[in-house]
Design a protein around this ligand. Sequence first.
Ligand SMILES: Cc1cc2nc3c(=O)[nH]c(=O)nc-3n(C[C@H](O)[C@H](O)[C@H](O)COP(=O)(O)OP(=O)(O)OC[C@H]3O[C@@H](n4cnc5c(N)ncnc54)[C@H](O)[C@@H]3O)c2cc1C
Length: 258
Amino acid sequence: MSTRAALYEATVRSREPLSDHLVRLVLGGLDGFASSGVPDEWVGLVVPGQFQSRYYTVRSHRPGELTLDVVVHDVGLVTEWAMRDCIGDTVVVTEPKASFDPPQGATWLLLVGDLTAMPAMARIAETRPDLATYVMAEVPDDLAGYLPEHAQVTWLAPPSAGQSALAEVVETIDWPDGEGYFWMAGESAQMRSIRKHLMREVKLPSSHYDVMGYWRATAGRQPRAVDPGPIWRAGKAAGKSDEQIWADYDAAREATNG
Ligand SMILES: Cc1cc2nc3c(=O)[nH]c(=O)nc-3n(C[C@H](O)[C@H](O)[C@H](O)COP(=O)(O)OP(=O)(O)OC[C@H]3O[C@@H](n4cnc5c(N)ncnc54)[C@H](O)[C@@H]3O)c2cc1C
């Protein structure tokens, strides 16, 4: 099985700061790019002068055009590029992959995440207005209006001294009745304990949740990103659950970063 993803060249058409730490980029000229239609789909993004990719959620799309909402933090390949005027730059994106897969009988969604998860949480909520949607967002900026109105949002205090409290928040959730789906993304170190909690204490079947490490807190520039695409395809081909695949992805990143 090939693990090579298709690549598409694109041009940055517009750049709009949405808040202090979130910048919206619209990429155009994407010939042949097709969305998976799954609302948490992501692409790899390679910015000018770089060979490594970083992963971004497709916030929205229309033929030949993609919108990405990029978190700008202290230091990083994409962060430093996105902080500048990048309109007109040529970038490369990979074909989209996705994970969101609620069970047929779900009546509610519980979405939890930090700023990097906001694009996916917004698109998931927009795509499934038929489900009661609860969002818990740990963000440093005022993003009122970013999520659709039907979502019941709890804004959590931003991480203090870089320490996210998302894992503790998940442990105190008052779970909605009936069948639903839990989706979460944020800093990787938190995710392992959250998965254990969901499995052992909440006893959610693995088909009823996705918990994804979107970024890894390390000192300085990350030496090498691990592409979730091949791990995803290989896991699916081996019949693994989403849960097992994301655990494989975390393990691969730990092995790379030492
Ligand atoms: C499936 C998937 C979807 C994603 N969707 C989005 C999205 O829509 N929008 C988005 O902004 N991000 C998203 N991310 C996260 C993004 O890929 C990472 O944050 C990435 O590391 C950013 O690249 P960089 O070049 O800016 O920094 P890097 O060069 O990768 O890292 C440099 C330094 O910055 C630190 N760092 C990385 N990310 C953050 C952060 N968010 N906050 C604080 N410090 C950080 C690292 O620990 C490292 O020390 C997604 C990740 C995945 C796997």
